[in-house]
Design a binder for this molecule. Structure first.
Ligand code: FES
Length: 165
């Protein structure tokens, strides 16, 4: 993994925070470590195509998950739902280089949150990423976390307002 790219992504994470006017939201938790990611999507019409206008995320997760989520929210801008669905965890984390074996599930969790949001918008239940478990959407990620029986004491909490506010 490219540590410099990781630190760069962490020093200025993009699109961190809730998106109140989102068209779709997806949340997943990792059974491996108890971390969670929630992703919001907003679409727009461009040149006759419906594309992702912007995406944001919250993470109760490790630094790798935060870095991948930050990169992913930038990479999927301008893509259609179908194009975004085709993106794998390794594509979403490509700027970080290959993830070490213990960190592969971090990228998969971000991919799972993205797919959950993409499929939630279509009224479907995500089953695309067996490495992660979809979590019922609650009012906040903390609510979802509490509902899942995890305690906030053993995980990292990242809650910040959306970029630009
Ligand atoms: Fe579990 Fe990174 S998401 S260690």
């Amino acid at each position: 993994m490219d540590e410099a790219a990781l630190q760069s992504a962490l020093s200025n994470p993009q699109n961190l925070g809730e998106m109140p006017d989102a068209d779709a939201v997806g949340t997943v938790g990792s059974p491996d470590c108890g971390d969670m990611v929630r992703m919001w999507l907003k679409y727009k019409e461009k040149d006759g195509r419906r594309v992702i206008d912007k995406a944001s995320f919250q993470s109760f997760g490790c630094q790798t998950a935060i870095a991948v989520a930050s990169l992913a929210t930038e990479l999927i801008r301008g893509k259609t739902r179908e194009e975004a669905l085709e993106m794998s965890a390794s594509e979403l984390s490509a700027p970080l280089g290959p993830l070490p074996p213990m960190k592969i599930h971090c990228g998969q969790m971000v991919e799972g949150a993205l797919k959950a949001a993409l499929e939630a918008e279509a009224g479907q239940v995500s089953s695309a990423t067996p490495a992660v478990a979809p979590v019922p959407v609650g009012p906040t990620l903390a609510d979802a976390l509490n509902a899942s029986g995890k305690t906030a004491g053993r995980i990292r909490i990242v809650l910040e307002p959306p970029t630009g506010q």
